[in-house]
Design a protein around this ligand. Structure first.
Ligand code: AHM
Ligand code: MG
Length: 333
C-alpha cells in the first residue's frame, strides 16, 4: 500500500521544484478533499448542505451550498500552508492574494486556480462531482497581479482533480504521467490505485450533451453521425454524466472523447479555460491524448481573462484529430 505522500517523496527527482513545498501543497489539497468528501457523503441526510444558497455566482449560475462550502474549505486549507501566494476560483470574481506571515508575499511561489466543485447541478441527485485544480509558479517577484494567473496552460507545473464518486480518487500530473490515489475513508489516507494512467488503444465512447444537437456547428453534427455509424472498427457508445470530472475520468480509463463545443446559446463554449479545461488538457496529454478547442491546442491558448470560456474537446489523439477534420468543414449550417 503506497500512500500519496510516500509516492511524492520517492519520485521527487521528477519534480523540478521544491519537494517540501509540493508536499505542503498536497497536504492542503488532501485535507480539503477529505472535508468535502465527508460532506458529499452525507449530503442526502442534511438540508444544510444540499440545495442552493440563493446566490447567483460570477458565472451567472445558481450557487449550490456545497459549491460555497468547497470553495471556503479549499481557500482556508491552501492559505494555511504558506506556499501559495494567489488563488482564483470559479466561485469568486477576482483572484485572492495570500499574504505571507511576514506580509511581503514574495516567498510563496504557487498560483492555484480551482473549480472547487464541478458538476454541481448533480449534487442533489447523487451523481459524481469533482474538484479541479491547476498550479503555476508565480511570474511576479513581489506583488502578484492578474498576469500571474493568465499563463498559458503549458506552463502548469501540477494539475489534477478529485472525483467524489463510488469512491473518492485524487488524480494528478506533474508532467510525468498521470497517477490516481483512492481515499480509504476509514483511515483518511490516499493510496496509489491507478499507476501511470493512459488512454487505452481501443476507443469506445463519445460524450457530448446531445440535447444541444440542433445548436451545434455542422462539423460537430457530422462527427456525432460518424460516431453513430456502424463500422467494424467503431461501434461507439454514448456516455454523458454532465460532470466534466466524471465524464473525463471514465473516458481516460475506458477510451473516449469528451466534447463541449461552442453552440448557438454559448458562442464561446461553456467550460472555463483556466480552472476546467487547462488542467484537464494537461492530464489528457500526459495520458497520451489530445485536447483542443476544435482548431488550437488548449495548452497554447494565451488567456485574456480569469473566467474565460472555450470550446473543449479532449480524448484519444485519433478521435480528436477526426473531430478537428470535421470542424474544418462548414461552421454553422
Ligand atoms: P459547473 O462548473 O457550473 O458545474 O459547470 C460545468 C459542468 C461540467 O462539469 C459539465 O461537463 C458541464 O457543465 C455540463 O453542462 P451541460 O449541463 O450544459 O451539459
Ligand atoms: Mg465547473
Amino acid at each position: 500500500m503506497y500512500t500519496l505522500g510516500e509516492f511524492i517523496i520517492d519520485n521527487k527527482d521528477r519534480f523540478l521544484y521544491s519537494t517540501e513545498s509540493l508536499l505542503r501543497l498536497f497536504s492542503s489539497i488532501k485535507l480539503a478533499a477529505k472535508a468535502i468528501n465527508k460532506e458529499v457523503n452525507k449530503a442526502g441526510l442534511t438540508k444544510t448542505i444540499i440545495g442552493s444558497t440563493g446566490i447567483i455566482n460570477i458565472q451567472g449560475e445558481k450557487q449550490q451550498k456545497l459549491d460555497n462550502y468547497a470553495h471556503k474549505v479549499f481557500i482556508e486549507s491552501l492559505k494555511s500552508r504558506n506556499v501559495v501566494c494567489g488563488i482564483a476560483s470559479e466561485e469568486e470574481k477576482d483572484f485572492i492574494i495570500i499574504k505571507e506571515k511576514n506580509d511581503n508575499c514574495s516567498k510563496n511561489e504557487y498560483i492555484v486556480l480551482l473549480d472547487p466543485l464541478d458538476g454541481s447541478s448533480n449534487i442533489d441527485v447523487n451523481v459524481p462531482i469533482g474538484t479541479i485544480f491547476s498550479v503555476y509558479i508565480r511570474k511576479s517577484s513581489v506583488n502578484i497581479t492578474l498576469e500571474d494567473f493568465l499563463q498559458e496552460g503549458y506552463r502548469q507545473i501540477l494539475a489534477g482533480y478529485i472525483i467524489y464518486g463510488s469512491s473518492t480518487i485524487l488524480v494528478y500530473t506533474i508532467g510525468n504521467g498521470v497517477y490516481g490515489f483512492t481515499l480509504d475513508p476509514t483511515i483518511g489516507t490516499f493510496y496509489l490505485s491507478h499507476p501511470n494512467i493512459s488512454f487505452p488503444k481501443k476507443e469506445k465512447i463519445y460524450s457530448i450533451n446531445e440535447g444541444n444537437y440542433d445548436k451545434f456547428p455542422i462539423g460537430i453534427k457530422h462527427f456525432i453521425k460518424y460516431c453513430q455509424e456502424t463500422n467494424e472498427n467503431r461501434p461507439y457508445t454514448a456516455r454523458y454524466i454532465g460532470s466534466l470530472v466524471g465524464d473525463f475520468h471514465r473516458n481516460m480509463i475506458q477510451g473516449g472523447i469528451y466534447i463541449y463545443p461552442n453552440h448557438y446559446d454559448c458562442p464561446h463554449g461553456k467550460l472555463r479555460l483556466l480552472y476546467e479545461c487547462n488542467p484537464i488538457a494537461f492530464l489528457t496529454e500526459q495520458a497520451g491524448g489530445k485536447a483542443s478547442d476544435g482548431t488550437t491546442r488548449i495548452l497554447n491558448i494565451k488567456p485574456s481573462s480569469l473566467h474565460q470560456r472555450t470550446p473543449f474537446i479532449c480524448g484519444p489523439i485519433n478521435m480528436v484529430n477526426k473531430l478537428e477534420a470535421f470542424m474544418k468543414t462548414n461552421y454553422y449550417e
